[in-house]
Design a protein around this ligand. Structure first.
Ligand code: PLP
Length: 463
């Protein structure tokens, strides 16, 4: 091993996120150097299928020249200016107008940041500011869900409901609560129907708000379909009942569309797919197809007017960021939205997603698989120790990690293992074709069969 290879130098100096730090000293990273369509290449030129779109984000795939051109053109014209104070830039104005038109929120107002975490973090501040402004300073608690993922800052890790993200960081902060993850396979009572499960979870949320005191609870945050926490699709009538509860207690619905947004779930927004009328939306990832960092926080007119009133009261809206409304990021987002319209990416997702669903459902018949979930081009498969009883592997996560690693090393397929039992998620670029979807699952099935053979030989499952 060459001590000066990029991978060896990485191990010496780069601090990676979401790794076991000690193991990272011995594990050389795969250094990705190029990409085209749904493929990325490592430094040896080996192609991999990127069936996770990186971090659920390169929706238009790699090597999209029109996006490169849009960034270069904007850089030549104006590489940087901002939307702080009384300055603005045209790409931010155009993009805010476009998002306000697209969002299912009337007279929406848009704030720009650079990542999903930053937008959700700003949202926590804005909701506090809003409730101070409208004269209810005690209405400050946030409820999110176990296994929801909302970011990595202090406040958004607190919103996140994944225990490993809290441990050793002294989080969540006070005032951040979590309600049951709507994962039927994991949390349904014996004999409970999907509908009864959904209704019970809404009742539990109601009881939680009542117990905390409705006048202390500001907002409920959820991804319409939980992404990183395992691609969890709540059964009906979950959102209908949850929204009734929130309305009753005057609690806002903060819709995290960071993964769901821009056609991932088969419709423009996850809110549309799941029947949600949100008060705010957070959008990132697919907004620029990850060619530039950008996130947008879309607020209802009511919240904005409240904040405006507060600004008069306290004199100044003391929040802003150097890169808010960055013209290059906004220009790339505008080009993404244009491509989505002119190439009818939504229609394409509608045409190819039945193949995606069919291949996932076929995996559902596999002896190691206990559950499959999908909508549009987001899906997951969950492995269980006993298909008949649905018994999960213990400890959880090891088998999924092993299958993910096997798919990557032996079959050059990148997927994502997610912390919901032993689940692996798929969120390929939205431009994927039907034959490419078949190639993803052909490779994946080989990895599953390899690992199943090993588990049987090791006695971890019945042979
Ligand atoms: C639903 C959701 N919200 C927020 C975030 C945080 O976004 P970022 O990683 O860009 O900070 C993520 C990241 O995966 C996410 O999946």
């Amino acid at each position: 091993m060459n001590a000066n290879s990029p991978a060896a130098r990485d191990v010496r100096h780069v601090l990676h996120g979401y790794v076991e730090l000690k193991a990272q000293r011995e594990s050389l990273p795969t250094v990705i150097t190029a990409g085209e369509g749904i493929y990325v290449k490592d430094e040896n030129g080996t192609p991999y299928i990127e069936a996770a779109s990186g971090m659920w984000c390169t929706s238009l795939g790699f090597g999209e020249e029109e996006l490169v051109e849009a960034a270069a053109e904007q850089m030549r014209k104006l590489p940087y200016y901002h939307t702080v104070g009384y300055k603005s830039v045209n790409p931010a104005i155009d993009l805010a107008e476009k998002l306000a038109e697209m969002a299912p929120i009337k007279d929406a107002r848009v704030y720009f940041a650079l990542s999903g975490s930053e937008a959700n973090d700003a949202l926590v501040k804005f909701i506090r500011y809003y409730n101070n402004a409208v004269g209810r300073p005690q209405k400050k608690k946030f409820i999110a869900r176990h296994n929801g993922y909302h970011g990595a800052t202090v406040a958004t890790t607190s919103l996140t409901g994944i225990p490993i993200n809290h441990v050793a960081f002294d989080l969540p902060l006070p005032g951040f609560l979590h309600t049951t993850d709507p994962h039927y396979l994991h949390h349904a009572h014996a004999g409970e129907t999907r509908e009864a499960f959904a209704e019970r979870l809404a009742r539990e949320l109601d009881e939680m708000i009542e117990k905390e005191g409705p006048d202390t609870v500001a907002a409920f945050m959820a991804e319409p379909i939980t992404g990183a926490g395992g691609v969890i699709i709540p059964p009906e009538p979950y959102y209908e009942k949850v929204q009734e509860v929130l309305k009753k207690h005057d609690v806002l619905f903060l819709d995290d569309e960071v993964v769901n947004g821009i056609w991932r779930t088969g419709k423009l927004w996850g809110a549309e797919t799941m029947g949600i009328a949100p008060d705010t939306m957070t959008v990132a990832k697919g907004l620029t197809s990850a060619y530039q960092p950008l996130s947008a926080l879309i607020l209802s007119d009511e919240i904005y007017r409240g904040m405006e009133k507060g600004s008069l009261g306290v004199g100044f809206f003391a929040h802003g960021q150097t890169y808010s409304g960055h013209p290059v990021s906004c220009a790339v987002a505008l080009k993404v939205l244009e491509i989505i319209e002119t190439r009818d990416i939504g229609g394409h997702v509608g045409r190819v997603s039945p193949t995606f669903a069919r291949r996932l459902q076929k995996l559902g018949e596999h002896p190691l698989v206990g559950d499959v979930r999908c909508k549009g081009l987001i899906g997951a498969v969950e492995f269980v120790a006993d298909k008949k009883t649905g018994r999960l592997f213990d400890p959880s996560g090891v088998v999924a990690r092993r299958i993910k690693e096997r798919a990557e090393s032996a079959y050059k397929l990148i997927t994502r293992n997610v912390p919901s039992g032993d689940s692996i998620a798929f969120s390929p670029p939205l431009i994927i074709t039907e034959s490419e979807i078949d190639e993803v699952f052909d490779r994946f099935e080989k990895a599953v069969n390899d690992v199943m053979g090993e588990l049987a030989r090791e006695g971890a499952i019945a042979a």
